[in-house]
Design a protein around this ligand. Structure first.
Ligand code: SF4
Length: 211
């Protein structure tokens, strides 16, 4: 089986199990998703959603956020961790969106990654989920699961993204990433993969790795 065939098989098996996935971060528009993605670094989605409910009630857009004191943002987002760095990035990005992009979140990888606190993975989340522009975010789950499945040997997210995107049609990228992340969370966890219950067991190079 070629790598392309294997990736399509992985996609189809996960899709049969989970189908189309919603973005787990609550948001009303691209700006709110951008902020939620920033907050999600080393923080669970459930907690991010609790915090953004409070944050967006006070500042739903870039203009309102840029008007807040840094200390106020830091206080609200404290439960997400890394609140010092995250609050600075939220404020600086909001100001940049206002000044450089007239209050609207930009829609290109280059412009998104110029915003403080936004890397390639976060930009791909925003492009795919807010704008419908295909993107394949590679997080720690995607990296681990695809290595175990034997479709990459790289630990570098950018290389993994290129490898997968060269084999899979762009219309599948965004949901494929969601599917792998969900699979990594509920079945192929770092510490205890549940290989016996895994829909990918037959085609996995590392089945039984958790025994
Ligand atoms: S068989 Fe095990 S290691 Fe392979 S993808 Fe499934 S849970 Fe992960």
């Amino acid at each position: 089986m070629t790598k392309k065939e294997k990736l399509h098989q992985i996609h189809d098996l996960l899709y049969a199990e989970m189908g189309e996935c919603e973005c787990p971060l609550n948001h009303a528009d691209a700006y709110q998703l951008l902020i939620a993605v920033m907050l999600s670094a080393q923080c669970r989605d459930e907690r991010v959603n609790q915090v953004t409910e409070k944050l967006f009630a006070l500042a739903p857009d870039a203009k309102a956020m840029a008007a807040l004191e840094l200390e106020k943002i830091e206080e609200i987002i404290h439960p997400c961790g890394l609140s010092g760095a995250k609050s600075k990035n939220i404020l600086a990005s909001s100001m940049m969106i206002l000044e450089r992009f007239n209050g609207s979140v930009p829609q290109t990888m280059e412009e998104l990654t110029a915003l403080p606190g936004i890397g390639r993975k976060s930009a791909n989340v925003v492009l795919g989920n807010a704008f419908g522009i295909p993107g394949f975010p590679v997080d720690t789950h995607v990296r681990r699961v695809l290595n175990r499945l034997g479709v990459t040997r790289s630990q570098n997210p950018e290389i993994i993204e290129k490898e997968i995107c060269s084999c899979v049609e762009d219309k599948l990228w965004t949901n494929f990433s969601h599917l792998i992340i969900r699979h990594g969370r509920k079945c192929c966890s770092a510490a205890k993969p549940k290989c016996k219950n895994c829909v990918l067991e037959k085609i996995c190079s590392k089945k039984g790795v958790g025994r």
